[in-house]
Write a protein that binds this ligand. Structure first.
Ligand code: AMP
Length: 405
């Protein structure tokens, strides 16, 4: 579907053209008409499907077409998101699509001083994007007035559940008018999310993008069975031999992420790590270096990676497999975004075999199994591989100790 077939305001259509979008993604084509009709909506879709524009465009349209009722300064639209990264990215999207409109936006999240955020709220905002914790803090201090709210969006609701935000969300919702429009997006639909949806949404429209076909089908996936101790050397080898534009390396723990960062540093592979132990400014520095292409390798844990919106990630490495199969789908969804292709390479040690089975069951696909010789990489991955070139340091070289703890 072309965007100009949607009855969106000209100001928004112009911004979309400037963004270089031509056709609406499936979630956009399905969700936008319902949202424009004022319906509540439950969208089952993950990041990378274009879901931000799916809610941002019709909301901006509503704000453009309907003047603010009354004189208040409180937000007309509130978007709740689990992480500061995601909140920041949603704010950027609203800014981009709304660039020809005169709307006031603010984004509030924790980990930084609240001073600037409070000033923005006091000046008045139309669109507020927030993580639940900081919004509660500011609300408790009397800085947030949700009485004029017209549209509420809960983005990545399943991650907000994982992160323990549901009680805060319920308290926030209780402060909003009952006659609001509510939109909820979630990659997965556990019972707790269905309960939340039942309580918050009125006669909602359901829109679902099959997670598996949205991402797993487009990503070329392979797994190496490797000993735990060989993982670091294997990673270095692959990073050096494959044609990598940008790679994200996932580890299960923060400690694991630091170990990989250290190992890569020893091997002179520039990388940046983001995880919960890093300060906000460290995380932002790492992300912007990665986005700008100054470092090609980003090491991340699942939580820290939520909502990272970087195009052109050519490879995802699962240095560790997660015991949560859905996080595999989230991880590989960081590549092959917006129609690009991508490759996901997983390392599976003896202890992780059961995790692999669970993943294959969820995605209903067999992942190509490679031997632990990196010469055997799938078609298209081997372009720059040197024949017979095994991973360095496999036999007790200096890097071999990287994974023995
Ligand atoms: P999201 O799922 O909202 O994180 O969006 C994923 C990426 O797709 C973002 O980089 C968007 O800028 C991009 N995108 C969203 N909608 C479209 C579209 N209709 N055409 C091309 N790119 C898009």
């Amino acid at each position: 579907m072309q965007f100009n077939q949607l009855p969106l305001s000209k100001l928004i259509l112009r911004a979309i053209v400037e963004e270089g979008y031509e056709t609406a993604t499936p979630i956009q084509a399905m969700a936008i008409p319902h949202i424009m009709e004022g319906r509540d909506l439950m969208g089952c879709a993950q990041t990378g499907t274009g879901k931000t524009a799916a809610f941002a465009l019709p909301i901006l349209h509503h704000l453009a077409e309907t003047p603010r009722p009354g004189k208040g300064k409180g937000p007309r639209c509130l978007v709740l998101a689990p992480t500061r990264e995601l909140a920041g990215q949603i704010a950027e999207s609203f800014q981009a699509y709304g660039r020809h409109m005169s709307l006031r936006g603010a984004v509030v999240f924790g980990g930084v001083s609240q001073h600037h955020q409070v000033r923005k709220l006091q000046a008045g905002v139309d669109v507020l994007i927030a993580t639940p914790g900081r919004l509660m803090d500011l609300g408790n201090q009397g800085y947030v007035d949700l009485t004029q709210l017209e549209v509420l969006v809960l983005d990545e609701a399943d991650r907000m559940l994982d992160m323990g935000f549901i009680p805060d969300i319920r308290k926030i919702v209780a402060k909003t008018p009952k006659e609001r429009q509510t939109l909820m997006f979630s990659a997965t639909m556990p019972a707790a999310i269905r309960d939340l949806a039942n309580g918050l949404l009125k006669n909602p429209e359901y829109v679902q993008i099959a997670a598996n076909s949205a991402t797993a089908d487009r990503v070329e996936q392979a797994v190496y069975f490797v000993d735990k101790k060989d993982k670091p050397a294997m990673l270095t080898h692959l990073l050096e031999s494959l044609s990598i534009t940008r790679a994200i390396v996932f580890t299960r723990t923060k400690h694991g992420a630091d170990k990989v960062a250290k190992f890569l540093q020893q091997e002179n592979v520039p990388s940046a790590a983001i995880h919960g132990n890093k300060t906000q400014s460290q995380r932002e520095r790492s992300l912007s270096a990665f986005r700008a292409g100054k470092v090609h390798v980003l090491i991340a844990t699942d939580i820290a990676s939520r909502g990272i919106d970087v195009d052109g990630v050519s490879h995802v490495f699962n240095f560790d497999l997660s015991n949560d199969p859905e996080s595999y789908v989230h991880r590989i969804g960081r590549t092959a975004r917006a129609g690009e292709s991508g490759k996901a390479i997983s390392f599976c040690d003896a202890e992780e075999r059961a995790f692999l089975s669970a993943i294959q069951k969820l995605i209903k696909m067999d992942i190509t199994i490679l031997t632990d010789h990196p010469d055997h990489v799938p078609t298209g991955m081997a372009a720059t591989m040197r024949p017979g070139d095994g991973p360095r340091n496999r036999k007790g070289g200096r890097g071999g100790g990287g994974g023995k703890k």
